[in-house]
Ligand binder design. Sequence first.
Ligand SMILES: *Cc1c(COP(=O)(O)O)cnc(C)c1O
Length: 430
Amino acid sequence: MMHKITLPSDEVPKKWYNINPDLPVPLPAPKNPEEGGNLENLPKLFSKGVLEQEMSQERWIKIPKEVREVYKMIGRPSPLFRAKRLEEILDTPAKIFYKREDYSPTGSHKLNTAIAQAYYAKKDGVERLTTETGAGQWGTALSLACSMMDMDCTVYMVRVSFNQKPFRKTIMQIYDGEVIPSPSNKTEFGRKMLAENPDHPGSLGIAISEAMQDALNDDNVYYTLGSVLNHVLLHQTVIGLETKKQLEIAGETPDVMIGCVGGGSNFGGAIFPFIKDQIDGKIDCKFIAAEPHSCPTLTKGEYCYDFGDTAGMTPLMKMYTLGHDFVPPSVHAGGLRYHGMAPQVALLVHEGLVEGRSVHQKHTFQSGLDFAKAEGVVPAPETTHALKVAMDEARECKKTGEEKTIVVSFSGHGMLDLQGYDDYINGKIV
Ligand SMILES: *Cc1c(COP(=O)(O)O)cnc(C)c1O
């Protein structure tokens, strides 16, 4: 039996998989300005490369040589592990595999797209990238990517996180990222917020608006987003493409695939290459998107057009949404606190190919502890949502006796987010 399935460096995928041409119905287009969207700003905010990918109907998109080289440098392909000890503890006939995005130097899958976005921006001659960060994972990944591409990086970090997570800031600074607590006096929108409340705690929506304004004010600067958009999910398909090869080596086909969803990028990237097989009738797989009970976008949200940010500066996208002014409670899985969902993932849920399932953090942290004790790896609070669902599925197999193959997108490790575990262990999460 194989515990760890690896691929050599030169098997880093040569192309990303674009699901657009294979979606069961066409993806509803983002709305035009006259319909209340903000499409006219896009060329000032994003590189030509990613905007082309955003709309592309090409099934396979070549990964630039330079990007592939950096993928190799950061350790791709990432390994696929079999959670054998967890299976034994659960006493399940199911086989559980997990794809290890925690192997990335920044600890999550986000670097996969950060590198590509920095590369295309650099190609356009841009010198600096801006972005927002809440939990800090995305700001960290973009800081490193910019550092590798010799570009500057400005991260607007939600002020409460800035104060609560000083070491996240330190990591970004190690990679030469400029970290600004938001709201800030650097932008008009930030100044407006501070005038209203000098002690404003900030929010992801405000930080997005600040990062966008910063980029709009300077021709040498682009804005970047770490999830939700088609090009981000496209870049993340390296996860699923590698997993597919690794499962073939293990002689397995997936019966259940699970990932946690914030904006939907690690989950989309992991499952899209398998969705085509599902539609073609080559596999019979259940795809489950795990979301927090406190931010139930897929299970309680509405499928309609909405803005991606709070201030309404983005185009309108058709997705499941809780409303762009929805402020989720501050749960520990900060990366899952988003009101919307990637339009491509939302469409698959709406068409019945993907199931959304919400789980409460009081249960997910227990799954995180069980997993850590069984396998050694401490999962990110976000990742524990996927693990909770995977363990439920495995327990179900124990009842039915089914030997299902369960594959989890293990989006990241939790070594920088131990506060949540500490609170859980001390009975503070109820
Ligand atoms: C950001 C993050 C997520 C959620 O983002 P998606 O866009 O849904 O992938 C999940 N897990 C970890 C570890 C993250 O950092």
